[in-house]
Ligand binder design. Sequence first.
Ligand code: AGP
Length: 619
Amino acid sequence: MCGIVGYVGARPCRDLLVAGLEKLEYRGYDSAGLSVIEDGRVESVRAVGHLGNLRAALEEHDSRGGRVAVAAPPATTGVAHTRWATHGRVTEENAHPHSDSSDRVHIVLNGIVENHAKLRRRLEADGGVFSSETDAEVVAHLIASHYDGDLAAAVRAAFAKLRGHYAFVAMHADQPGVLVGARKECPLVAGIGEGESFLASAIPAFLAETSEVVTIENDEIVTIDASGVRIADSEGDPVEREPETIDWDSDAAEKGGYETFMLKEIHEQADAVAETIAGRLPGDEGVDLSEVDLEDDYLRGLKRVVIVACGTSYHAGLVGRYAIEEWARVPVEMDVASEYRYRNPVVDPGDLVIGLTQSGETADTLAAMRLAREKGARVLAITNLMGSQATRDADAVLYTRAGLEVSVAATKTFVAQIAAMYLVGLRLAELRGTLGTERLTELVGELKQMPSKIEETLAGCEDRVREVAEAHHDQKFFLYLGRHIGLPVCLEGALKLKEVSYIPTDAYAAGEMKHGPIALLDESTPVVCVATDSPVLSKVLSNVEEVRARGAETIAIVTEGSGAVGDVAEQTIEVARSDWLLQPIVAILPLQLLAYDIARRLGLNVDQPRNLAKTVTVE
Ligand code: AGP
């Protein structure tokens, strides 16, 4: 998840572009850069690390007589980027903007170009000289190969050949005062000012300059100049769209118009999953985890997988255990890291130990990973933060791509971790031949649909959840029940309510309830049951009956259109239908929202809950 911004107008654009990047740094910050058009040439400055390094590089550029700032009159057309590396290491060469061989076309891109390797081979065969390891650079060369004096036409031609999940903005040295952008899934918005226009990944990038905004929809190409914004579809036919006036204050702007980071991040989950699977499900059936430095033969011969993690990551690992065992038929052990590291675990050299940690800095998980490695296991880190300690304490790394998560209560990193576990499970199944091609194709197809199922579920359940929160926000205790793949979902739902509302909760395997927790129930106890479609649904429903028999209030999370649940539960909240093993990605959404709504009703600060830190680096 990178941040892109572009400006055309009458004002010097350097500082406007850097200011825009500051507002987008939550999207990625391992490197940054900008390019401006000056006297028919493009000047470009890039730097590794946070924006301060880019500012320093710009200063240094100025002092060496660079033209980005000092030329009179200063540049008024430019693009800028803050990066969250997905393809290619964190280096200056891999930082954006990227250009073609003639340095005339410059582009900034957010997302992933899936068919970049094939296009690159063809462009190199035609004489293109590439200078980075990135997938994005291919876009600059492709546009240049189609350029014949009309940048919009060249972008449209290039767009037709690109595959993936991205949004980009391009400029050409021969056309100062014009920027052209294109959107394929990843967000892109235009800002309309007085005699100036902006393009960006998110509104906060230019909100300080204009609140007139036009959203660019999927498969649209947008051209901006000082006079305004023109949108066309991928065929080139004009698209009319009225601008909206955004009335966010600066705090809301930072939160993308949401009242809190937690709510903003709940609504970024479709993107987080889409980015995490993008480029890793290239075709209809295969899973490409070539970035993970573990040999196929080793993975094929695996004797056991052990997952270690803490908190929300532990719950994502639990989902992974069910999926990996079900699909790849390899035994999976799951342990909280703070227990694993002190229980003198039996580790075999053939074991694969997966350390699941969004921050990559959680002390107990790091120690568990190190211990496993000392005992001879291979260690795979699944983390959201490039360059974090976990990436150094592992033999191989698989990145989730949820972008920076500010709210202490993990939401988008949880669903991104589940998506990553599914990728590992499917890849192991593919290598071990434990899933037929048809089933593999079906599951890959289903996983690709999960981002839209997330949006569908969020849109469909928000009002229902609000009603449930209204009815139960003053309760003193909640019980959560789930079975099989529903158990980690209810554990995570219970943790979310604890974290942000401070209401005591308990989460139990539903089959365990009659062995004790049922004693907790009375007429007022709200019991949240994860009852999505699965081979054990009938068992879950009988547990719901048991709960109702004690007079407790039952709130069931169910798969849309599932007739089985009927009126077993007092209240039902539907989630989008998918393969039953993929349901956790949507089933958790109403539980995140329930915790959120209840905490908000109690007037609590959900982004900074008491006693909690985003990253637990202490033992
Ligand atoms: C989740 O909302 C909490 N912030 C916490 O449980 C968290 O999941 C845990 O500390 C693990 O963090 P990690 O994924 O960064 O290792």
